[in-house]
Design a protein around this ligand. Structure first.
Ligand SMILES: [Zn+2]
Length: 87
């Protein structure tokens, strides 16, 4: 199996909001193959969570944003905390 292709397939499932629990488990099993800066896949593999609310799985319209130094904040907390993020 081509793991990179598989990860891109799973990314498509995330973007279409049709990823299944089985596919999330598969993503977690492949997380060592996910590149360091790939926030979109890492947050679904539960490798990262929001520094403020500990949200560890993104929700519709509430994605995790990389704020540097290995920390991530969700969009809702950015609004609530009045944070500004260079992106
Ligand atoms: Zn948060």
């Amino acid at each position: 199996m081509d793991i990179k292709k598989r990860l891109e397939y799973l990314r498509g499932e995330i973007r279409n909001e049709c990823i299944s629990y089985g596919e999330i488990a598969e993503l977690q099993s492949l997380k060592e193959h996910i590149e360091d800066g790939d926030v979109e896949l890492l947050q679904w593999a539960e490798e990262i969570s929001c520094t403020y609310c500990n949200l560890d799985r993104p929700e519709k319209d509430n994605k995790l944003i990389d704020i540097g130094d290995g920390e991530y904040v969700c969009e809702l907390c950015i609004k609530c905390e009045g944070l500004t993020v260079d992106n």
